[in-house]
Ligand binder design. Sequence first.
Ligand code: SF4
Length: 387
Amino acid sequence: MLYLHIPFCKQACSYCNFHFSTSLRNREAVLDGMVRELAVRRRELPAGSVPSIYFGGGTPSLLTGAELDRIFKAIVQNGYWGGDAGAEITLEANPDDLTDDTVAMLAASPVNRLSIGIQSFDEADLRFMHRAHDAAQALAAVEKVCAAGFDNLSIDLIYGGQTTSDATWQRSLDLATSLGVNHIASYALTVEPKTALGHWVATGAVPDTSDERFARQFAMLVDHLTDHGFEHYEISNFARPGHRSRHNSGYWTGQPYLGIGPGAHSFDGAYRRRWNVSNNARYARVWSEVTSYSDFETAGPLLFEEELLTQRDRYNEYVMTGLRRAEGVAVAEVERRFGGALGRHFVSEMVPHLRNGNLESVAGTAIYRLSRRGLTVADGVAADAFA
Ligand code: SF4
């Protein structure tokens, strides 16, 4: 799988701690670096076409047609993808960027799935989150991309924020299911340090978020979407049948992926994680001097950091991501991957949660998954499973 991080945004959302810059000063040099990184790091993925390409950010919908074209040319020239129509090619887009021209450009490109950062259909929510779009643009964007023929469409929604009443949240959910959307990713508003929201909460300018509101609005989310034909296939992700995100499912099942661009993460599918420097100027400057894989490795921490996962790290990640998925975790698979001792540890830690109803076994087998009640304490159940 291939991930491309486009690290630019029009403005900073109040809650965001992703890597992005609102300065476009290094835009061309960063894209030059990404094209070079695509060429130099090809060996980190298996040969053959990738099943999924994902443009994330930042704001990939800021790319012009010529810039997107240039990146696709580098993807094809370096053998990541050869035009296979079966590949999932997703681009994250913000509603305010989806003008008629941009939608037409995207419809004519290889992108076949859009993930639109709606977050809310409510004006007060959008202003509080300092989003660049308003409620009317949110609605118009979805209608426009449907009309342009995008039938593989995901939207993001945020619940539990200080301005999001239950009535507001229900209205956003009603609108979401009335549109031609077949995938919804929804997260609670998290207060992160070093964000505007983190500062407002720390200084008492706004109250902190409330666990009761999170739990209530999460229950509304699950009820509403499952009542409207969506599968709740991961704790924060819902899809109509046949529309699960292949890219995200790949992350959760340990597939190898290569992350290109400032701040992007990579995983070799076994033991090694790497993450690129989160600094656009440095990324561009150092990549302008790298022409080979040995240059890249020599640059080391100037361009990336890495960690080697132990067997225990891998077990912990496996049970954490597995318990968040509707498929749950099979005891036999834990034993096969990590050995009998960790398999026994997993069972002994999960038995109390089977007894108290946080977990259920799938069709009476030794496959454990979170129950409806357990969804609200998922992190605690996973923490108990950790070795
Ligand atoms: S558009 Fe996305 S990446 Fe950019 S600041 Fe907002 S939430 Fe963060």
